[in-house]
Design a protein around this ligand. Structure first.
Ligand SMILES: [Zn+2]
Length: 294
C-alpha cells in the first residue's frame, strides 16, 4: 500500500478521516477515505501500489467493460448508457460541432463510435486490454493503451472527454499537465465525476457505491474539481447534471447494504429525492464539468 503524503490538490500534508469503507464490489478489503484539513479535498488513503491496482478491476462483472445484459443491473446500465451517449453528444455539440475528440477511458468505445458516425475524428485511451480490443475490432476505432497517452504529444484535440475517469487516474497532476498540452487553445474538456456532496453520498455514507474504493482514488465536489483544474490553468465554464446516476448509484448502494428486494424501491425513491434536492442545491449525484484553457 502507498501512503499519499500530500493532498493532490493543495499539497498540504494534514488530513482527517472522512469515512472508513470497503471494496464492496470485489475484494471486501477495508480502505480509508481522508479529507485534507487545508482545502477539504477528499481522497482514498492509503491506496494500492500502481502495479497492484489493475488487479482491482479484474472481475467478470466490471460493468463498463462487459456487454452482457443478463441481469437487471446490467440491463439498466446499458439502457441508460445509450441515452447518456446521446446526451453527452448534445452537450459537446453546444461547444464544438466537429473536430477531433479524444475519449480517455473509452471502455468498449460506444461513445466514440457515436461521434465517428456523426463525422468526428476520434481517438481513445483505454487501459483494459479486452475493452480496447473490442473497440478496435467491432467499431474500427483508434484506441490505445494508457502508456501511449504520453506519445500523443504531437496531436492536438478539439475535445477531450473523461466520463467517470478522472477519479481513477493514478498520477492525477501529471495527467492534467499532459492533457493541457494536447488540448487545442480553443478546445474543451468534459469531465464527469461523482459528487461527494450529493444527497445520495451523504445518505448512503460508507455504502455509497460511487466511493468504489480503491478504484476511485479521489472523491470530488464542485469546489475541489474547480480548484484542481485551475491549478493546471484551465477554467470551469459550465456544469451539467447526470440525473440517471442518482438512481443507478442508489441501486448499487442498496445492494451493498444487502437491502433485499425492497432495495429496488428504496433506490428509486432515493434517486428521485437526490435529483429533487439537487434541483435546488446544484449537487447532483454525478456531474459533467465543462473546462477550457485559461
Ligand atoms: Zn488540500
Amino acid at each position: 500500500m502507498v501512503v499519499i503524503e500530500k493532498c493532490p490538490v493543495c499539497e498540504n500534508a494534514e488530513t482527517e478521516l472522512f469515512v472508513a469503507t470497503k471494496d464492496f464490489f470485489l475484494t471486501k478489503e477495508n480502505f480509508n477515505i481522508v479529507k485534507c484539513k487545508t482545502c477539504s479535498f477528499v481522497f482514498t488513503n492509503p491506496i494500492p501500489d500502481k502495479n497492484i491496482l489493475p488487479a482491482y478491476y479484474e472481475s467478470p462483472d466490471y460493468i463498463s467493460h462487459t456487454l452482457k445484459k443478463c441481469d437487471i443491473k446490467s440491463y439498466i446500465y446499458h439502457k441508460i448508457r445509450k441515452i447518456n451517449i446521446k446526451n453527452k453528444f448534445k452537450i459537446v455539440n453546444k461547444y464544438k460541432n466537429a473536430g477531433h475528440i479524444l475519449d480517455v477511458g473509452c471502455g468498449t468505445g460506444e461513445l466514440l463510435k457515436y461521434f465517428k458516425d456523426k463525422g468526428w475524428k476520434t481517438a481513445g485511451i483505454e487501459p483494459a486490454e479486452q475493452a480496447r480490443n473490442f473497440a478496435v475490432e467491432n467499431y474500427q476505432l483508434d484506441v490505445f493503451p494508457e502508456s501511449k497517452i504520453k506519445q500523443l504529444g504531437d496531436l492536438k484535440f478539439d475535445v477531450i472527454s473523461m466520463w467517470h475517469v478522472l477519479e481513477h487516474v493514478y498520477d492525477l497532476n501529471d495527467r492534467l499537465s499532459l492533457l493541457k498540452k494536447i488540448l487545442h487553445q480553443d478546445g474543451y474538456m468534459f469531465i464527469a465525476v461523482p459528487n461527494i456532496d450529493s444527497f445520495d453520498a451523504s445518505l448512503y455514507g460508507k455504502y455509497w457505491a460511487a466511493l468504489d474504493v480503491p478504484r476511485h482514488l479521489y472523491h470530488f465536489n464542485k469546489r475541489s474539481l474547480k480548484k484542481l483544474i485551475e491549478k493546471h490553468s484551465f477554467e470551469l465554464i459550465d456544469v451539467y447534471p447526470m440525473k440517471f446516476d442518482a438512481y443507478y448509484v442508489s441501486l448499487l448502494s442498496e445492494a451493498y447494504k444487502k437491502s433485499g428486494i425492497l432495495g429496488y424501491a428504496k433506490a428509486i425513491l432515493n434517486g428521485f429525492k437526490s435529483n429533487y434536492k439537487a434541483s435546488r442545491s446544484g449537487n447532483y449525484s454525478s456531474m459533467i464539468f465543462v473546462v477550457r484553457q485559461k
